[in-house]
Design a protein around this ligand. Structure first.
Ligand code: SAH
Length: 354
């Protein structure tokens, strides 16, 4: 499999080009096509000589993704199933809002974390994405939606800190002023709670947003939803988050999926607030997006709001993420999972036409 050119910084592109015997200005043109104009094929790059393209194509690809399916909903959310060079597939979502255009990217094919309600982990982990495959997802959305997104969340398939190096490279490429130039504060990394990743991120000197998936007010219930609790227990996780905030002066957001009758009561909110007390943070509550493999439902709107009210009464600010894109199977991994059920993986590529 050839690595994607979208994963290279300008100086690395220059080395690839000059190494193949071409002048450095070709690298500048190539960077401009890839990172400035969202080119995702050689054919799109009109002013590059055939010999240059052929020489680079021997070791690299500008086309790491190909759309297999698209789903949309009336709210404007669009979700793509994207095919990779080796026949695997991932999901990428566009979530437009009034003043924001957010892309949700995947970082792995499948996931090792096996959270009970998450479709991404149901088929296990297949492989990590390269930085170019991550960056190319944003270019894909830019190309298909008429321009540059201004917000990127690493909340698609996969656990970003289980693919740390590629993810951080992708963050720096997305942030590069000569490319997509997405502000660091407009990039959110979301983790199921891999403590070493949180500690490492604190040392990067980046202003990115950190979200941590908590989902329960106590370790016992968290463990029932998230096996990772057995490896990195809640107390250690919260300690790492406090350290992160102390070092970076950045506020951590805790994601909390509300499951009816399981973790959604006012008492649960009080218990959660007690655990989070004493350091600046916020909670992002998300009503469960039902998945076939998990026997749980979303609470009513009233219950969700009562949960947030109780949280606030106990001194913790929270917001409710209205489930966007229900009609597009927007929760992690649902589109891929659905298509695996309909067609075994080997038949997805040939039968696609989207
Ligand atoms: N692995 C990372 C990022 C991907 S998931 C993480 O765990 O944070 C992004 C968020 O969506 C996580 O908080 C995840 O737990 C949540 N999520 C996954 N499936 C969901 C579902 N069916 N309903 C609601 N939230 C879900």
């Amino acid at each position: 499999m050839k690595p994607a050119l979208q994963g290279l910084f300008p100086d690395e592109l220059r080395d690839v080009c000059t190494g193949a015997g071409f002048p450095a200005f070709r690298a500048k043109q190539l960077w401009q096509w890839l990172q400035g104009r969202h080119a995702l094929s050689w054919d799109a790059m009109a002013n590059l000589p055939r010999a240059f393209r052929d020489a680079l194509d021997a070791g690299w690809t500008p086309a790491p993704l190909r759309p297999l399916r698209e789903a949309g909903d009336p709210g404007g959310t669009r979700k793509w199933l994207l095919g990779l060079d080796d026949g695997e597939s991932i999901e990428t979502v566009l979530i437009p809002a009034r003043d924001r255009k957010t892309v949700c990217v995947s970082t792995q094919v499948g996931c090792k974390m096996a959270c009970a309600f998450c479709a991404s982990g149901k088929g296990g982990w297949v492989r990590n994405l390269g930085a170019g495959e991550i960056v190319a997802q944003v270019h894909h959305v830019a190309a298909l939606s008429g321009g540059r997104p201004n917000n990127v969340v690493f909340m698609g398939m996969g656990e970003p800190f289980d693919n740390y190096d590629a993810v951080l490279r992708a963050v720096r490429l997305l942030n590069h002023p000569g490319g997509l130039a997405i502000g660091a504060r407009k990039i959110t990394l979301s983790t199921s709670g891999l403590v070493p990743g949180i500690r490492r991120l604190a040392t990067e000197g980046l202003q990115v947003e950190l979200s941590v998936s908590l989902h329960a007010p106590d370790p016992e219930r968290r463990r029932r939803l998230m096996p990772v609790e057995g490896r990195w227990p809640m107390d250690e996780l919260l300690a790492a988050c406090r350290e992160y905030t102390a070092v970076t002066k950045r506020i951590v957001t805790f994601e909390y999926t509300l499951v009816r009758g399981f973790n959604d009561s006012a008492d649960d909110a009080a218990q959660l607030a007690a655990r989070l007390r004493g350091f600046p943070c916020r909670v992002n509550a998300i009503p469960l997006s039902p998945v076939a493999e998990f026997d749980g439902e979303a609470p009513s709107r009233e219950t969700c709001h009562a949960f947030l009210d109780a949280l606030l009464r106990h001194g913790i600010e929270g917001t409710l993420r209205e489930s966007k894109g229900k009609g597009v199977s927007a929760a992690c991994g649902q589109l891929r999972r659905g298509s695996m059920r309909e067609n075994p993986p080997s038949t997805i590529m040939p039968s696609s036409g989207a």
